[in-house]
Design a protein around this ligand. Sequence first.
Ligand code: NAP
Ligand code: HSE
Length: 436
Amino acid sequence: MTIGIGLLGLGTVGAGVAGILTTPQGRHPLVSELELRRVAVRDLSRPRPLDLPEAILSTDPEAVVDDPAVDIVVEVMGGLEPARSLILRAIEAGKPVVTANKAVIARYGDEIAAAAAAKGVYVLIEAAVGGGIPIIEPLKQSLGGNRIQRVSGIINGTTNYILSRMADEGAAYADVLADAQRLGYAEADPAADVEGGDAADKIAILAGLAYGGSVERTAIPTEGIHRLDGRDVNYADQLGYAVKLVASARCLGTDADGTVQLDVSVGPTLLPRDHPLAGVHGVNNAILVEGDPVGRVMFYGPGAGAGPTASAVVADILNIAGIREVAGAGGALDPLLAASRWRRCRLVDPGVSQHRNYLRLRTGDQPGVIGRIGSCFGDEGVSIRSIVQFDSSLDGGDAEIVVITHEVAEASFRRALAAIEALGDVTAVAACLRTL
Ligand code: NAP
Ligand code: HSE
């Protein structure tokens, strides 16, 4: 039985979601049971990056929510209204909702959660924080046994992209912001990105999940990167720090009545270069969770853009679809791993696997030895990325030659290696390692 999807929005994220739903091959088998039945947009004449039947497009988002053919409502239109009302309307109709809208969840999360609980429907929000990074479900489930001391991170892709390109290339702020908009990273109004509001929405959501209670979104001290002076980035760099827009929620203790004291903020922050967040560049995000007893766990990946965000949205849809399916069949431990959907997998012959290789050879220090080794590789179509001879101070005057290959089939590499071992000059294959 197929499950009908109603999509509210066909912009950056909506088009990414539609792209996954309409190309199920090679994905989880349940994707082929999801059918995109209705799509709401603002402007029917706007060109779209994918072809959908005209009949499913509509400028009436309420009609999409109400359509009996729609089983799950996916809200990716953005903004506060009508997004909030449409989510509540779907819940009222008993339809589960998936949304990427952190602005709505950060402000109306309590209202939406209460409505969903009253109706017994799911509202899943994995795409609302961290783009393609799974962070919502891990915080809700996998880290549930911890006392969370701090959740901090780089959770706005646009600003991290801007800061990275300004630092690496000396690119101009306005140019890089325009690129971020073209690439689909920025919010419809990019002030939400550069002034820190988007990161504040996200840290409010993360803090709510980590500490089990809602946080007053408007009270979060928030500073963006729009007033950041390049000279400070430069001086920080000279002192061994990277400057990143960091959002942080730290637990300072619990009052006698059980109220958790939280220090939550968003702002440009100096990070020592060896800090795990300092190496997060470009559109990537990372969220560092510090808990007792787990210690430090970091979640890292692309934080914005069509593909990564759609990946998170579709994961939520699949979770809901899987739960719906198994509910009628007595339930299962994990709906997406139900035995009926278990695919057959087989390991390929190792000879066809492709990878790069590192090889350290001991050879006589003879003229032409590197050429002969190179020929053995060339005869098997193995392309060399680098080949270096180190000084011949080894016992017996042997030289060490280190080769790194491009990605090649294991079988070709092994044949080349056998030919190299047979060369009179090679005294030993001292090391052979795979290289990423
Ligand atoms: P977008 O490109 O601006 O797309 C918005 C879509 O919603 C457009 O298709 C627009 O229609 C439609 N829409 C807006 N208002 C509407 C209305 N009143 N009635 C019918 N359709 C309406 O936005 P986006 O980047 O995809 O972001 C969507 C949501 O995902 C936002 O909440 C955003 O914060 C969130 N998000 C975005 C990203 C990202 O990387 N972009 C990542 C995570 C979360 P038209 O196309 O006809 O204008
Ligand atoms: N505008 C947001 C960002 C999209 O740049 O991080 C992802 O939530």
